[in-house]
Design a protein around this ligand. Structure first.
Ligand SMILES: NC(=O)c1ccc[n+]([C@@H]2O[C@H](COP(=O)([O-])OP(=O)(O)OC[C@H]3O[C@@H](n4cnc5c(N)ncnc54)[C@H](OP(=O)(O)O)[C@@H]3O)[C@@H](O)[C@H]2O)c1
Ligand SMILES: *[C@@H]1O[C@H](CO)[C@@H](O)[C@H](O)[C@H]1NC(C)=O
Length: 318
């Protein structure tokens, strides 16, 4: 009996050991091209630098090709990185980026595109009644339809090399939060789109990964003091008088203050997210879902997804 137990444990450890070794195997970056959107700042900026350093051929899509950030990125990277003008809401720019990448790959005698990282994103805040339909449409146009537009455009190149699609959703892509609905609906959409695509792409050998970062607001440009002031001024002006009176300026200003506080708290180091993205691009066996977030958000996500509402409401949405 004792021998069987020891043997059982040893083989379990061996299986886990081998599995973790296999998980660490990298693909060869040579001749592998990656398109990343939203590289002006934040995760996209950092990922494009990291992949360039590893020897990937990086196409860094920027909202402002001639902006300061794009220039800085160009200076900080090798000649293997190409900056592209790419507003993900703009059909013309997407098709021009496709033409450029496609002919570039042909010149280099490369068969296709190894990965697309749908990173470009925007955010807002404020209650449902404070936001206009235009705001809902704008946020989803970037976060959701931008992701779908880019994916549809580049899948033919990705299928050719059995490459990957990597979509940045959010810790708020599978749970709601008061005051974040335009963003949350767009990210739920990204989550649903990614799941459907993943099943469809199995027969093509194309892998789809979803990244769900927790709160890294303080470490990126997604919310800044300035952008919150601008957004809130516009939001208050566009609200109906009835809604202004019903909620009151005090409550409104309070929630702006909370948002400003939120934009400065949270993790300042983006490396958990950049490492997850890097992993999804470079590992032979990438994960389906990466959840780079701190313990608070891990616990909250677990409670929100698996506990009865009387518990999760009491803890997080009182
Ligand atoms: N930071 C977090 O805590 C967090 C958490 C969960 C998920 N995320 C997601 O992570 C992704 C990257 O965001 P980030 O946190 O790194 O923030 P970020 O610093 O604002 O980066 C997003 C980038 O996308 C660009 N962009 C905006 N609209 C675009 C468009 N139409 N076409 C192309 N690029 C566009 C932005 O340019 P401008 O700055 O000029 O607008 C910005 O450079 C986003 O999808 C975001 O939703 C972030
Ligand atoms: C560009 O990429 C190739 C192949 O991946 C690599 O051998 C080369 O060193 C890279 N060039 C620079 C300037 O980093």
């Amino acid at each position: 009996m004792f021998v069987e137990i020891v043997l059982g444990f040893t083989s379990l450890i061996a299986v886990f050991g081998i599995a973790s070794l296999i998980k660490r195997v990298d693909v060869d970056p040579k001749g592998k091209a990656v398109l990343i959107t939203g590289c002006d700042t934040g995760f996209g900026y950092q990922l494009s630098k990291a992949l360039d350093r590893l020897g990937y051929l990086v196409y860094a899509g920027c909202l402002f090709q001639d902006g300061e950030n794009a220039k800085e990125l160009e200076k900080a990277t090798s000649s293997n990185l190409t900056i592209l003008q790419l507003d993900v809401t703009n059909d013309k720019q997407v098709s021009e980026a496709f033409q450029l990448i496609n002919s570039n790959l042909n010149v280099k005698n490369l068969n296709g595109l190894w990965a697309v990282v749908n990173n470009a994103g925007t955010s807002t805040f404020g209650h449902v009644e404070w936001n206009t339909m235009d705001t809902y449409k704008f946020v989803s146009e970037v976060n959701l339809f931008g992701t779908i537009r880019i994916t549809k455009a580049f899948l033919p190149l990705i299928r050719k090399v059995k490459g990957r699609v990597i979509n940045i959703a959010s810790g708020l892509a599978r749970q709601g939060a008061a005051g974040r609905s335009p963003y949350v609906v767009s990210k739920y959409g990204v989550e649903g789109f990614s799941q459907c695509l993943r099943y469809e792409m199995k027969e093509w050998g194309v892998h789809v990964s979803i990244i769900e970062p927790g709160n890294f607001v303080a470490a990126t440009n997604i919310f800044t003091d300035e952008s919150i002031s601008k957004l809130s001024k516009k939001m208050w002006e566009e609200m109906s008088e009835e809604v202004q009176e019903a909620y009151g300026k005090g409550v409104f200003d309070g929630s702006v203050q909370i948002m400003k506080y939120y934009s400065e708290c949270g993790v300042k180091d983006t490396s958990p997210v950049v490492n997850s993205l890097k992993d999804a691009v470079t590992k032979k066996y990438p994960k389906v879902r990466y959840e780079p977030k701190d313990l608070y958000w891990h616990v909250r996500t677990f409670v929100m997804l698996h506990m009865p509402h009387f518990i999760s409401d009491r803890l997080y949405h009182f």
